[in-house]
Design a protein around this ligand. Structure first.
Ligand SMILES: O=C(O)C(=O)C[C@H](O)C(=O)CO
Ligand SMILES: [Zn+2]
Length: 276
């Protein structure tokens, strides 16, 4: 596994673009026929991507996380960002269409990922965090997620956020996971921005044409930095960092969080005029 150690906000002023990207950006997670994981020391979230083609891909061994099984002390959300596919957890088969999410609880032994059509493969995006109890695996379809409409056309920030792994929809220990879709013509996500000192967050941008980018803003409100991100790139957002972005074209993103609580509203808004 690649490892990202996480840094202090005091380090940011001295970072050049290359260093900033090395610390906060995870690229190339989705390789045909492979599973890729990155271990982060930001609340120990493991971020993964898998793109099965003709043959199934599987995982479950815990060597990389220091336990007998990957899921000995972990839970995971797996979002399908591509064509339809299946995830088999210890023999139980779950069918996932685009924008469905599977919650895999602590104790799972073996996970097998397949694409229904290798020409239009599934793209499984994974967030895994430490877990303290066993909660049953559960498929949450896009229709079952809890929607939240935010923003307005006039501010180019209209979007629909859907909560999947969330106490009001599907329980987990400390993982929260959802997907936000921008309305056509809107470009801004998470605008106005916020901080959540008690939770970290990871963003996976997707459904972007290859020629387009999202300008993702991060850092302390008075010391922001930008990361120019492409389709399937993942940005790590430590608890001390704002996280928001503007797209040059259409995009969506998966957000995943963990930390002290699962209170989505436990955020501190940041006034736009405070940003530097
Ligand atoms: O567009 C948004 O606003 C979001 O999707 C916000 C994220 O869900 C988030 O930052 C949660 O803390
Ligand atoms: Zn947030």
């Amino acid at each position: 596994m690649r490892i990202l150690y996480g840094v202090s906000p005091h380090d940011i002023p001295s970072f050049d673009t290359k260093r900033l990207r090395a610390e906060f950006l995870i690229e190339k997670l989705f390789q045909p026929g492979q599973i890729e994981f990155a271990y982060t020391h930001v609340d120990r979230m493991v971020v993964g991507g898998a793109c099965p083609t003709d043959t199934p891909l599987s995982f479950g061994d815990g060597a990389d996380v220091g336990t007998p099984l990957f899921f000995t002390a972990r839970e995971m959300g797996i979002a399908n960002l591509g064509g339809s596919g299946t995830i088999t957890v210890d023999g139980q088969v779950y069918s996932l269409n685009n924008r469905d999410i599977l919650y895999v609880g602590r104790g799972a032994e073996n996970v097998v990922l397949t694409s229904t059509d290798a020409a239009n493969p599934a793209r499984f995006y994974m967030n895994s965090v430490p877990a303290g109890r066993d909660i049953p695996h559960r498929l949450i379809t896009q229709a079952e997620a809890k929607p939240l409409d935010l923003g307005e056309d006039a501010r180019a920030n209209k979007r629909r956020l859907r909560m999947y792994i969330h106490p009001e929809v599907a329980p987990s220990c400390l993982l929260l996971m959802g997907i936000t879709d921008l309305a056509p013509g809107s470009i801004w996500n998470t605008m106005p921005p916020h901080l959540h000192e008690r939770r970290m967050e990871a963003y996976c941008y997707f459904d972007m044409p290859d020629s387009e980018r999202v300008i993702h803003l991060m850092g302390r409100p008075d010391e922001t930095r930008s990361l120019i991100v492409a389709d399937s790139d993942v940005v790590l957002s430590p608890a001390w960092s704002i996280h928001m972005g503007a797209g040059t074209g259409p995009y969506a993103f998966v957000w995943g969080m963990t930390g002290e609580n699962q209170a989505y509203t436990d955020v501190s808004p940041v006034a736009i005029a405070e940003l530097k």
